[in-house]
Design a protein around this ligand. Sequence first.
Ligand SMILES: C[S@@+](CC[C@H](N)C(=O)[O-])C[C@H]1O[C@@H](n2cnc3c(N)ncnc32)[C@H](O)[C@@H]1O
Length: 204
Amino acid sequence: MAEHYFTEDPSSKRSIKELTVDIRGFSFKLLTDRGVFSRGKLDRGTKLLIEAMNLEGVKRVLDLGCGYGPLGIVAARIAPEAEIVMVDVNSRACELAIWNIKENQVSNAKVILGHGFEPVRGMKFDLILCNPPIRAGKSVVFPLITEAKEFLSPGGRLLVVARTKQGSKSILKHMAEVFDVAEEIEKGGGYRVMEGSASIIGLP
Ligand SMILES: C[S@@+](CC[C@H](N)C(=O)[O-])C[C@H]1O[C@@H](n2cnc3c(N)ncnc32)[C@H](O)[C@@H]1O
């Protein structure tokens, strides 16, 4: 099978590249590599999601499909009191995310290797951030969105970014089926950020 950014153990020759990312008033040095999503540059969708994410009052955040870690690491810096959990299925991505957490002296984030919500069973999050693996297909992405609801605390939010021309419409439609409220909160550069909110009274 061809290697993708969501391959569990990439075998492509390593070629580490360091990025400098200035965003939300902070500067980060982030390592990326072959076999990991968006090597060599911050993805435009990731950037839009970072710019749109509101971390006010959040205590626990999940970066679902963290890749080399940009969403979780920036969230950790913006909300130093919050606990950030980062999960990815790709071992090389997790290795880089751990390295990037250390390099940027972030003390409130951790990385767990695993599939979807499996590593965080039993936990609840105020905010789930996801730049989903669109290339893996709807059969992977939609169940992640559906399952997210179960992992949100009352009033919690799921933020998803997608390309306008690559599934954003169907993702928003699916979010509207799953969540009490689903809406587009930001758009730009060919991407859209969508938010699904859990009811403030929680699941029955
Ligand atoms: C589009 S990339 C986004 C990476 C990173 N968040 C960013 O914005 O640069 C999607 C990520 O989801 C991961 N992924 C794919 N399927 C997954 C699953 N079932 N569970 C956890 N992570 C998964 C991929 O390995 C990839 O790193």
